[in-house]
Design a protein around this ligand. Structure first.
Ligand code: ADP
Ligand code: MG
Length: 762
């Protein structure tokens, strides 16, 4: 069954070689009760450990069922211990943080037995050693004799062929010792039991073979067994392995026993996570704030292309003697660089063409909220202030402007306070500011003069106007050969060609609007512009002005630009003189700008068309500032993450030291090195998970007071810290990965521990 051949073992102690086994040879029967006796230090334990596969022999051979172990690798020995050997130690060697039942099941778990079978078998053996009633206790709740019974039950659980007991009664009183020895004797009826004892009386009373050792040699054998020849059989081993779930379970129970410390560790580990979490949620919120600020600001300051003169400044890189790369660098020479400022800046007139308007109309509509065209077309607006009394309305006093076509954006961002949004060209919209104020000039322009304090909405909804065609509004004087505005406004007002208008509703920007695109005052639909323009373009005065280089109203000569503006006013030039583009946000604004810039690539000098971007400088600066602050803060918190990772590494190492005994026990039961590192990786993962969850939770809680404080300081920022769920999950993952990483070295140290030494530790 088991044959030991010339086995030698020596331990290196410093420079000194301590011989423990001096070449022993002995064979064992399949079923016998062998006692090994001898003085302390004679090599009994070493023999047992080597036969049991816990320790390695230096030379010789152990033949198990005819199979040499010379070529055994670590996993073979692990499987051998697990399948064939049951150890019983003097100091019991039970894992204290799991139940008696779990202790007994451990060896079967390692050999991969299904849990139901494990449970059944464990209860069976616990019943056999008389401890069935104590199976849910922890080992340290039992007496010494009971603990040794648990150890015996564990040794029996995998139904091994060999039971190895090293001084099993050494720590027990004589009465208990007898009970334990009786139990072992009973077991020995159908197994090979090798018992190490220094008590010769016990050996003589229970064993049927006594081997005496002295100084690493076998000096006496009362019942030697000689195997005739080296017979060979197939010896198969079930390889052991611990599932990750089992490792987690073991570590979880271990952490539970030192819950306070585990939580403090996790809390310490969570501090870095809290820091990063807060920085991320703050910068997330700030960026959202900036984004909405950008949309808001951009909507208030659209990209503007107009025919008004622009003062163009060249970029520094285009100064003489400098190239793009020297931008921002101070010259090092001792010469003054002469420049001509008049060459570096110049006055530019955009001349909008139909081509350009066409080009603008091809901008991807998803990039902007609205594009509006200013025509400067003068609409002859009249109002009947009282019965048969008609007066002109100064359109510039009432914010007379065309409504944007993007009604979706308007309905999303504006409330209709009264009436309805215009649905046809005869309807007008009154747009008020956030505080419902209306300027006195506005009222005067409408001929309302006797009001003070407030006015009812109903005074405005339904208010009527008319637009009179140029031919009714301007009269030609044969005397001066010039056109004048008619003095008979009432007749003009009652012209059959006049367009009737009425205010259909009142709108106001919403408090949480993404932007404002309506001008305050009275707005009309673009259909009205088209209508008026069509009519005006064929009017007498318009045609006369097209044909003349002097003003048909004043007789004074006109420059080219002045004539264009006069033609626009009279409706004879349809090309708009200003375009406003309201981008959706910062990014789309840049896309639009790139698109507009590229128009100039094909243009001759002087014919380029430039836009104005008032919002640019503001948002650029703020955006960069926020990014910089975020980077700095994240870097700081990252340092605390690194520090907490190192700390978790150290704590894991301490845990390895503390659990050395457990490592030895697991190895004795057949756990592989891999399984041991798995146990500690499971522990770090649990800590990392707790630290991550704790950190995320605390950071999330902290966002509330932070928002409150910032909200008190800056009124509009009442929810600036926004912790996104993506950030939460990522941080937990980062925490797990970091702690796992920091525990890798300690867990490898654990895996490499020598099982015999590990068992000996306290
Ligand atoms: P016993 O169990 O009979 O008391 P051991 O087998 O434990 O004896 O020890 C045999 C000899 O080997 C002793 O001299 C002991 O000091 C030595 N020895 C055992 N284990 C080690 C070790 N890990 N390192 C050094 N010497 C050891
Ligand atoms: Mg010993």
């Amino acid at each position: 069954m088991l044959q030991i051949k010339e086995v030698k073992k020596a331990y290196q102690v410093g420079d000194f070689k301590q011989v423990a086994l001096n070449g022993i040879s002995v064979s064992f029967r399949k079923n016998e009760f062998v006692a090994i006796v001898g003085q302390s230090g004679s090599g009994k334990t070493t023999t047992l450990n080597i036969i049991g596969g816990l320790d390695r022999y230096d030379s010789g051979d152990i033949i198990i069922k005819g199979k040499s172990t010379k070529d055994f690798k670590d996993p073979d020995w692990d499987a051998y211990r697990n399948n064939s050997i049951g150890f019983v130690f003097q100091n019991y060697n039970l894992i204290n943080h799991i139940t008696v039942l779990d202790n007994v099941e451990m060896g079967m778990t390692l050999s991969g037995l299904p849990s139901k079978q494990r449970r059944k078998r464990a209860i069976e053996v616990l019943d056999r050693v008389g401890l069935k009633d104590h199976m849910y206790k922890r080992p340290n709740q039992l007496s010494g004799g009971q603990m040794q019974r648990v150890a015996i039950a564990r040794a029996l659980s995998n139904n091994p062929e060999i039971i190895m007991a090293d001084e099993p009664t050494g720590a027990l009183d004589s009465q208990t010792s007898i009970q334990i020895m009786e139990l072992i004797k009973e077991i020995a009826q159908d197994k090979l039991v090798i018992l190490v004892t220094h008590n010769i009386h016990i050996a003589e009373q229970y064993a049927n073979r006594i081997i005496t050792m002295s100084d690493g040699n076998i000096v006496k054998d009362t019942n030697p067994y000689v195997i005739d020849s080296d017979y060979k059989t197939e010896y198969k081993l079930t390889k052991t392995s611990m599932s990750f779930k089992q490792a987690l379970n073991l570590s979880f129970n271990n952490l539970k026993t030192k819950l306070g410390r585990a939580l403090i560790t996790a809390f310490a580990g969570s501090i870095g996570i809290i820091g990063v979490g807060l920085v991320l949620s703050l910068s997330n919120g700030l960026n959202q704030e900036i984004n909405s600020l950008e949309t808001g600001t951009l909507s208030d300051f659209p990209l503007t292309i107009s025919e008004s003169p622009m003062y163009m400044q060249m970029r520094p890189g285009r100064y003489p003697g400098m190239d793009e790369n020297t931008e921002g660098e101070f010259p090092t020479g001792n010469e003054l660089v002469i420049t001509d400022s008049s060459e570096n800046s110049f006055l530019h007139y955009n001349k909008l063409t139909d081509d350009y308007v066409e080009y603008v109309s091809n901008i991807d509509p998803t990039l902007y909220n609205d594009v509006s065209y200013g025509t400067s077309l003068s609409m002859n607006l009249l109002i009947e202030v009282e019965e048969d009394v008609v007066s002109k309305v100064q359109t510039n006093q009432i914010g007379w402007s065309e409504l944007p076509n993007n009604t979706d954006f308007i309905f999303d961002n504006y409330d209709i306070l009264e009436g309805a949004y215009p649905t046809n060209k005869n309807q007008l919209l009154l747009v008020v500011d956030s505080y419902n104020t209306i300027d006195i000039q506005f009222l005067t322009a409408l001929g309302i003069s006797d009001s003070e304090g407030t006015l009812d909405f109903s005074e405005f909804v339904g208010m009527e106007f008319r637009i009179v065609p140029n031919d009714d509004y301007y009269v030609y004087s044969d005397i001066t050969s010039l056109y004048n505005i008619t003095t008979d406004l009432l007749t003009a007002y009652n012209s059959p060609d006049a367009i009737s208008l009425s205010i259909s509703g009142i709108a106001r920007v919403k408090q949480d609007a993404n932007g404002t695109i309506l001008n305050e005052g009275i707005g009309y639909l673009s259909e009205l512009t088209t209508d008026v323009m069509t009519n005006a373009s064929t009017s007498d005065i318009a045609l006369a002005q097209v044909a003349s280089d002097t003003s048909v109203m004043t007789g004074l000569p006109l420059t080219e630009a002045a004539k264009r503006s006069e033609l626009r006013r009279l409706g004879a030039l349809e090309t708009p003189n200003s375009i406003r583009i309201y981008p959706v946000d910062f990014n789309t604004k840049n896309e639009i700008k790139t698109y507009l810039d590229s128009y100039n690539d094909d243009m001759d000098e002087g014919f380029e068309i430039y836009y104005l971007d008032l919002a640019e400088t503001i948002t650029d600066t703020v955006g960069t500032l926020i990014d910089t602050i975020t980077y700095v803060l994240v870097a700081f918190s990252a340092i605390s993450l690194v520090v907490s990772s190192i700390m978790i590494g150290i704590i894991t190492y301490v845990s390895v030291l503390e659990r050395t005994k457990e490592i030895g026990i697991l190895r004795a039961l057949g756990a592989r090195k891999k399984d041991i590192s798995r146990v500690f990786n499971a522990e770090t993962i649990l800590i990392g998970l707790t630290a991550g969850a704790m950190g995320v939770f605390i950071a999330w809680i902290l966002t509330f007071p932070i928002n409150k404080i910032i909200g008190n300081l800056v009124e509009e920022m009442d929810a600036i810290a926004k912790f996104s769920s993506v950030a939460m999950l990522s941080l937990i993952a980062i925490s797990v990965v970091l702690t796992l990483f920091s525990g890798l070295i300690p867990s490898r140290i654990a895996a490499k521990k020598d099982p015999v030494e590990a068992l000996r530790s306290e």
